[in-house]
Design a protein. Structure first.
Length: 341
């Protein structure tokens, strides 16, 4: 393969602009994730390996080079195992596409495909208690327009279980109040749309918010529900702005409620809503549809019993009358079963 072979860049462009959006139907956010992974790889080749961008060809795409890249991510950039696996998966996907387009590249793909992903330690769902949610909702100053907007954002993040990008993509015409079951349409991954019912209290808050920020006299149905004062209704609020706002209220709420953890992020409201729905008895299949999950395996993380649910389960099999010996006493097998072991 010649050094000046430009097929690498031709196939990369085709992968990002044709294959991912048109053949796979991926949304812009998913494609941007692939772009970021490949961009970071190019930064490594350019800055660390001193390979000029125009000299990046299939010749440099070697198994050892990818190993060195992953090691650099871990040691120099301090990336987590999940982030490193994401970068590796993006490279593998690109190489799978390239080898299908040009069979001469199959040997490169096979070599790199065999690089194992890093082991990721599974953590429990990072969700908030109901007291913590209430404490956060009480922090915005409702005497100001900004406080009303900020509380509305947190209410919708929780009540709809929306991803932050889905929430900020909501437009006024996505809200339907005058139907049998009032709802909001969320535009999710892969341009999938799902309908989320709205609670009466949420509708009341939304109507008050619309009265202030989208008055009927100048209401434009295609306007973003949450917009930036800088761009007006033509541009949505940024993800960073919402993340900063939540962290600010998190610091205040943690002083009045010890259950509010530091560093609350927007996605935590989604986890929290799903976990609370599961605790209230909603089937996982409904939760999967509510969250817009394409696979039930993703939703199963909420099925892990927390300490409160475990206690309730044990109590149901335990003392009925004072002095009665619980059926699980001295029964290690039953205790392990109740604890999901």
């Amino acid at each position: 393969m010649k050094k000046d072979d430009s097929s690498y860049w031709h196939l990369l462009r085709k992968f990002l602009t044709i294959y991912l959006p048109k053949h796979r139907g991926y949304g812009k956010n998913t494609i941007e994730t692939y772009c970021t992974s490949l961009r970071v790889f190019h930064i490594y080749l350019n800055n660390i390996q001193k390979i000029p961008l125009l000299e990046i060809t299939w010749v440099v795409m070697q198994r050892q080079m990818v190993f060195n890249f992953l090691e650099w991510l871990q040691k120099e950039r301090k990336c987590s195992a999940s982030t490193i696996n994401l970068r590796l998966a993006s490279l593998k996907s690109f190489l799978a596409f390239a080898s299908a387009e040009d069979p001469a590249l199959m040997s490169i793909y096979i070599e790199i495909r065999q690089i194992p992903a890093m082991k990721v330690v599974k953590k429990g769902v990072d969700y908030l208690t109901r007291s913590a949610v209430k404490a956060l909702m009480n922090q915005p100053d409702l005497n100001t327009k900004k406080g009303i907007r900020d509380r509305m954002i947190m209410i919708l993040l929780y009540d709809t279980g929306a991803r932050i990008t889905e929430l900020l993509s909501i437009k006024v015409n996505d809200l339907l109040f005058d139907i049998k079951v009032p709802c909001v349409y969320l535009h999710g991954k892969g341009d999938k749309v799902r309908c989320i019912p709205l609670m009466d209290k949420t509708i009341a808050h939304l109507k008050e918010y619309l009265r202030i920020f989208h008055p009927s006299s100048c209401q434009i149905k295609s306007s973003f529900l949450f917009y930036s004062p800088i761009t007006g209704r033509t541009g949505s609020l940024s993800v960073d702005a919402v993340a900063f706002m939540i962290k600010k209220y998190c610091k205040k709420a943690s002083k009045v409620c010890i259950e509010v953890p530091l560093g609350v992020h927007p996605h935590q409201f989604r986890h929290t809503r799903a976990q609370h729905l599961y605790q209230d008895g909603m089937p996982l299949s409904y939760i999967a549809e509510f969250l817009g999950h394409s696979s039930m395996n993703t939703t199963k993380i909420y099925a892990a019993a927390d300490t409160a649910m475990m206690r309730q389960a044990i109590e149901k099999t335990g003392v009925i009358e004072t002095g009665t010996v619980p059926c699980w006493k001295d029964n290690d097998d039953l205790i392990r079963k109740l604890c999901g072991l």
